[in-house]
Write a protein that binds this ligand. Structure first.
Ligand code: PBG
Length: 328
C-alpha cells in the first residue's frame, strides 16, 4: 500500500496536525429565557438544565458565563397570557420586562456582552403565530410594520443585533430601513434566513408557551425537504442587508449550512435548537451517550459544516468543559 492514512493518526501529536475544525468558546451564543418578576428560576421540563429566569437571576447567570468566556446571548421572553393580544402590542410596551432587561444588561456590562434579540410575534400573540393572523391566513405585509416597530424598540433598549425569526417576506429590508431611519445604522441583523418548519422547536414552545393556537407554521417556515429554496431566501436576505444568515435547526440541516457558506461571504450562524438539545440530554441522562464526548462532537459538526456562529443551549457547558481541559 502506498497510501496509509492511519500513519498520520498514530499519535496524539500527529492527530493534532490533522485537526481541521476547533470550536472556540468565542463562536458560541447562549440563549436565555426571560420572565417578568423577581427571584424566578424555573426549569423547563422538556429541557433539563435550562430555566426561565427573572432578570436578577439572568444577571448572575450572565456573569458566570462571562467568566467562562461566553459573551454573546440571545434573549427570549416568556410572556404571561394576560399580555398577549392579536397585534403583539406588549412587544413595544414601555413596561415590557424584556425590553427593560436589555437596558439592565447593557448598563451593567456594556460592550463586554453582545445581546441578540428575537423578532417575531409569537411570544406576544394570542394566536401564537409569528405574523398577524386573519382567519386562516398569516398576513405578510401587514406584519411588517409590527415587526419593524418591535425591532426598533429592541434597538432603543440597547440590543446589539436584531434577530428576526418570523420568516415574513421582506422583513430584513423593512427592519434595516426602520433602524437606519432612526439612527441605528450600527445595530446588526442576524436573519433567520433558512428557518424550517421543524418538529425540533417543541421544547422551546413549552418554555415560552408560544405554540400556535391553530394550524402550523408551514405557510412561512420552510419545508424540511428543500435546499434550493434556502438559496433563494439567502439571496433575498443578502440583498436586503442581513449581517448574518442563520440556518435553523442545525444538525438535521448541516447541508444547508454548508451551501450557504459556499455561496455567500457574510458570516453564517446555526441554531442548535431546543429539540436537538433535549434529545442529546435525554440520551445522556439514560446513560446511552457520553455527554462530555457527544455534546462537543455535535458542536464540532456544526462548525465543520460552515457555521461561524453557533447558538446553542450547550454554550456555557461547552465552555466549562473547555476550561476543565475535557475538550481541546
Ligand atoms: C419564534 C422562535 C422559535 C425558535 C426561536 N424563535 C420557535 C418557533 O418558530 O416556533 C425556536 C428555538 C428553539 O427551538 O430552540 N419565532
Amino acid at each position: 500500500m502506498e497510501r496509509r492514512p492511519r500513519r498520520n493518526r498514530r499519535t496524539a501529536i500527529t492527530r493534532g496536525f490533522l485537526q481541521e475544525t476547533v470550536v472556540q468558546t468565542s463562536n458560541l451564543v447562549q440563549p436565555f429565557f426571560l420572565v417578568d418578576g423577581k427571584k424566578i428560576k424555573d426549569e423547563v421540563k422538556s429541557m433539563p438544565g435550562n430555566y426561565r429566569m427573572s432578570v436578577d437571576h439572568a444577571l448572575l447567570e450572565m456573569e458566570s458565563c462571562l467568566k467562562l468566556g461566553v459573551r454573546s446571548f440571545i434573549l427570549f421572553p416568556a410572556v404571561a397570557d394576560k399580555f398577549k393580544d392579536k397585534f403583539a402590542t406588549y412587544s413595544i410596551d414601555e413596561a415590557n420586562f424584556y425590553l427593560k432587561a436589555f437596558e439592565t444588561f447593557k448598563s451593567k456590562f456594556g460592550d463586554d456582552v453582545c445581546l441578540i434579540t428575537d423578532v417575531a410575534m409569537d411570544p406576544y400573540s394570542s394566536d401564537g403565530h409569528d405574523g398577524l393572523v386573519q382567519g386562516d391566513t398569516i398576513l405578510n405585509d401587514a406584519s411588517l410594520p409590527i415587526l419593524g416597530e418591535m425591532a426598533l424598540a429592541q434597538a432603543r433598549a440597547g440590543a446589539d443585533i436584531i434577530g428576526p425569526s418570523d420568516m415574513m417576506d421582506g422583513r430584513v429590508g423593512y427592519i434595516r430601513e426602520t433602524l437606519d431611519d432612526n439612527g441605528f445604522e450600527d445595530v446588526g441583523i442576524m436573519s433567520y434566513t433558512a428557518k424550517y418548519a421543524s418538529a425540533f422547536y417543541g421544547p422551546f414552545r413549552d418554555a415560552l408557551d408560544s405554540a400556535p393556537k391553530k394550524g402550523d407554521k408551514k405557510t412561512y417556515q420552510m419545508d424540511p425537504a428543500n435546499k434550493r429554496e434556502a438559496l433563494l431566501e439567502a439571496e433575498l436576505d443578502y440583498m436586503e442587508g442581513a449581517d448574518y444568515m442563520m440556518v435553523k435547526p442545525a444538525l438535521p440541516y448541516l447541508d444547508i449550512i454548508h451551501i450557504l457558506k459556499e455561496n455567500f461571504n457574510i458570516p453564517i450562524a446555526a441554531y442548535n435548537v431546543s429539540g436537538e438539545c433535549s434529545m442529546l440530554t435525554a440520551a445522556c441522562q439514560n446513560g446511552w451517550l457520553d455527554y462530555n464526548k457527544a455534546m462537543p462532537e455535535m458542536l464540532t459538526s456544526i462548525k465543520r459544516a460552515g457555521a461561524d456562529v453557533i447558538i446553542s443551549y450547550f454554550a456555557k457547558s461547552f465552555a466549562e468543559l473547555k476550561q476543565k481541559g475535557i475538550v481541546e
